[in-house]
Design a binder for this molecule. Structure first.
Ligand code: S3P
Length: 212
């Protein structure tokens, strides 16, 4: 590690609270989503950002991608942050940015980087202040997706397949603590968005029923 990662304190744009929700989202569910952010967790390549963005459009709420926010705050890309400061500093920045995004009352749907939920303090913050959703993908789906891009420093190893399997082994039990789990496969993205959308509605409906 060769320095400390400083990040500008950038307030997040407030959630699009004034946007009216689409017809298909029952008002009570949208209200629940607006009071607690929905945090997407899961391994690299699970589709957290692309699904999160589409899901936010469908619910009519604001979206943020924690990795993008980290990059904006640091003024560098994720690979550059790893290169210049090391993983530990990246993780510190990641924790700070996610805390700010959740505590600011900003985005209602938040995609996080694959390692974020592994930090105990981030996990307990999410448990207290948000609803977590694990996008659970199989090895083939993940590897096909991550192979298309070279922007994942953790996979720059001699055997990226073995590294990915090892990350699955270590992380899946922890991701399993998420409030909602949705299995994803190689199907058209809108199909997965639909599946996630209904899983979220079911979750909030069950919560509402159990508190009645
Ligand atoms: C990481 C996942 C990446 C990014 C960083 C570390 C991880 O995000 O935060 O490269 O530890 O799994 P994505 O999951 O969005 O690829």
């Amino acid at each position: 590690m060769s320095g400390t990662l400083t990040m500008a304190a950038r307030p997040t744009t407030p959630a699009a609270l004034t946007e009216s929700p689409p017809d298909e989202a029952p008002e009570s569910v949208v209200t629940d989503l607006l009071t607690r952010p929905l945090v997407l967790v899961g391994l690299m390549g699970a589709g957290k950002s692309s699904i999160g963005r589409r899901l936010a459009q469908r619910f009519g709420v604001a979206f943020a991608d924690a990795d993008t926010e980290i990059e904006k705050a640091a003024g560098r890309s994720i690979p550059e942050i790893f290169e210049a400061f090391g993983e530990e500093e990246f993780r510190n920045g990641e924790r700070r940015v996610i805390r700010r995004l959740i505590e600011s009352g900003g985005p209602r749907i938040l995609a996080t980087g694959g390692g974020a939920f592994m930090a105990e303090d981030t996990r307990s913050l999410i448990r207290e202040r948000a609803t977590s959703l694990w996008l659970k993908a199989d090895f083939e789906t993940l590897f096909e997706r991550v192979s298309k891009r070279s922007n994942r420093p953790l996979l720059k190893t001699a055997d990226p397949q073995a590294t990915l399997r090892e990350l699955m082994r270590k992380r899946y039990p922890v991701y399993g603590e998420a409030d909602i789990v949705v299995e994803t496969r190689r199907v058209p993205i809108e199909e997965t968005v639909d599946k996630v959308y209904h899983a979220v509605l079911d979750h909030f409906e069950r919560e509402a029923a159990s508190s009645r």
